[in-house]
Design a protein around this ligand. Structure first.
Ligand SMILES: [Zn+2]
Length: 76
């Protein structure tokens, strides 16, 4: 354990969109926190600060869920 905190199962957080791993909370400098993929540092990680699971979730939404409902192109 090097300052890693497992996220409790009761917290609703998405898996890493690249490899499907459940994220961990890593302690950064100055007592700040990063939510990151436990497998690879190049996968998405939040900027150091407060524990921001919302930001993690926003960046790990699988692209396949994007449909055509929000197309705003207007034909003329
Ligand atoms: Zn990953």
């Amino acid at each position: 354990m090097r300052g890693y905190i497992n996220i409790p199962a009761s917290i609703n957080c998405k898996a890493c969109k690249y490899c499907g791993a459940r994220p961990i909370i890593s302690l950064a400098e100055k007592g700040e926190y990063i939510i990151k993929c436990p497998n690879n540092d190049t996968h998405y990680q939040t900027i150091p600060g407060l524990i921001d699971i919302e930001d993690w979730n926003l960046h790990n939404v699988p692209a396949v869920t994007i449909g055509f409902d929000h197309v705003t192109t207007i034909a003329c």
